[in-house]
Design a protein. Structure first.
Length: 242
């Protein structure tokens, strides 16, 4: 689920069909509702880019909540695009480098940027490119795992590597979980707000979402934590291009 062309060893990793390219439906639904509210009722015709669309799951979840709007999936991975085209009508290849997205300046009304930024080598250039393709006042809906999630705070106190963080692309070391997903950068709520604001956006709202990988007995606690984004598993940020 990455759109910035990574170094060769990372390219092979992201083109591996076994690497997950989608995340949980609860996060996708919450993010889509935030975008629908931002675009407004009865205002159809917006162009929404799902950048880092992966297998198209997030766009497919959002589509019923965005009637009349055009959703275009964008990804760097050819394998992800093949899967995305089974779920969304438009899916194109693009990279989050200077001019790497195949759209003119100001072409998009909104960008979905779901579980992508944590995979990027150069997130600064990525937000610059997203800002280029957004119209003035356009919406950015960004989601990413929270380094300071409630359980990660406890794990760190116990000397355990936090969930979502990775020290290797080959195996899990020192943390719970079984899947290697290629996370390179992690954010707290404060760090994400500051980073997005410094990239030329006004932060409108920061919300929380649950993580589908939390063990079932702990899911009620995870849902409760969403009331305080600083503790939530997933950070959902709505910002507008200044």
């Amino acid at each position: 689920m990455t759109t910035t062309a990574p170094p060769r060893h990372l390219r092979d990793f992201y083109e591996d069909p076994a690497v997950p390219v989608s995340s949980g439906t609860p996060r996708s639904l919450r993010q889509a509702r935030m975008l629908a509210a931002a675009l407004g009722r009865g205002a159809g015709g917006a162009t929404v880019l799902d950048i880092g669309c992966g297998d198209g799951t997030a766009a497919a979840v959002a589509a019923p909540l965005l009637p009349g709007h055009r959703i275009v999936g964008v990804d760097w991975s050819q394998d992800a695009l093949r899967r995305a085209r089974t779920r969304v009508p438009y899916a194109v290849r693009g990279e989050l480098t200077d001019g790497g997205l195949p759209f003119r300046d100001g072409a998009a009304d909104a960008v979905l940027f779901s579980e992508v930024i944590e995979h990027l080598v150069d997130p600064d250039s990525a937000l610059e490119e997203i800002r280029r393709v957004l119209r003035p006042g356009g919406h950015l809906m960004l989601s990413t795992p929270n380094l300071a999630a409630w359980y990660n705070r406890a794990l760190l106190l116990a000397g355990v590597q936090p969930v979502f963080s990775e020290v290797s692309l080959r195996a899990i070391h020192g943390r719970p979980g079984t899947e290697v997903v290629g996370h390179l950068r992690l954010y707290t709520a404060r760090a994400l707000r500051e980073f997005v604001a410094a990239s030329g956006f006004d932060v409108v709202r920061l919300a929380g979402a649950p993580f589908h990988g939390v063990p079932r007995p702990l899911r009620p606690f995870d849902r409760l934590a969403c009331a305080r984004p600083q503790l939530a598993s997933i950070l959902l940020l709505h910002a507008r291009k200044t």
